[in-house]
Design a protein around this ligand. Structure first.
Ligand code: PLP
Length: 257
């Protein structure tokens, strides 16, 4: 233990503790740089009245980093593995964060995910939608929680069952009906990851078209979860409402052990 002892987050504000915690200072700086990029893209797109929401993706990074981000004003956290997310959410319960599940999800994990997740961005098949509805019905009975926000993940790969997951665009309407039909789920919109090596403008342009078709029948489902560290500017240009940014804020992810 150093001479100052452990950081007391409830007494020291971020500015005070930043002097003692270089990682906090680093996260503050990286976050500010990303916010500048977002603000620039928002202004360029004329979206100042309608800016996207920032979700910081903390997968593989320790819970202490999530705590630091919370002290910097971040309220929305993205995770892609249930076990890791569940552990962090329990340990950081006091912070009142909103947890966004953004990874491929097995149906048998639905029961666990609905215990902590505010939103699932990766609903890509009917079986998963049904499992989430069933798990949510039980969870609401137990806790009275709000409906689970659900984004339909769409694959923008040509071969349509690309390695990065997602439903084929043609399957979106049936998935939307399934999600909209559950009172415990809220159809929030669509999500996609731009294919590796592809032009993000083309990918997000395609996604904007899919969103327009979805909202024609489901006006409430206007969310577009798109944009990562590398392509957030293009995503903002094409109407992203939720950005999922990891490495440009947290730095490179530690290798999987
Ligand atoms: C990891 C991940 C992100 C964040 O990606 P970065 O390139 O680190 O910003 C966004 N979306 C999904 C689905 C992810 O798995």
């Amino acid at each position: 233990m150093n001479e100052h002892g452990p950081i007391n987050w409830s007494i020291n504000g971020p500015a005070e503790s930043g002097r003692r915690d270089p990682r906090l200072a680093e996260l503050r700086e990286r976050l500010a740089a990303v916010r500048l990029r977002i603000d620039g893209a928002v202004a360029a797109a004329g979206r100042q009245q309608n800016p996207p929401q920032l979700i910081v993706v903390t997968k593989f990074h320790p819970a202490d980093d999530v705590r630091r981000l919370a002290s910097l004003g971040i309220a929305d956290i993205g995770e892609n593995r249930d076990q890791e997310a569940a552990g962090k959410a329990v340990g950081l319960h006091d912070l009142g964060l909103r947890w966004h599940f953004i990874g491929q999800l097995q149906s048998n994990k639905a029961k666990s995910v609905v215990k902590y997740a505010h939103a699932v961005h990766s609903v890509d098949r009917l079986q998963l939608a049904a499992a989430l509805a069933k798990a949510m019905a039980a969870e609401r009975e137990r806790t009275g929680r709000t409906p689970l926000e659900c984004f339909i993940q769409v694959s923008l790969e040509d071969d349509a069952d690309g390695h990065r997951g997602g439903a084929r665009p043609a399957d979106v309407p049936a998935l939307a009906e399934e999600l909209a039909g559950s009172k415990d789920l809220r159809l929030a919109g669509i999500m996609a990851v731009a294919p590796l090596g592809a032009d993000p403008d083309a990918a997000f342009g395609q996604l904007a078209g899919i969103s327009a078709r979805l909202t024609a029948g489901h006006p409430e489902a206007s969310g577009i979860s798109a944009g990562m560290s590398q392509d957030l500017e293009a995503a903002i240009r094409f109407g992203a409402t939720h950005l999922r940014i990891g490495s440009d804020i947290l730095g490179p992810r530690p290798a999987l052990g």
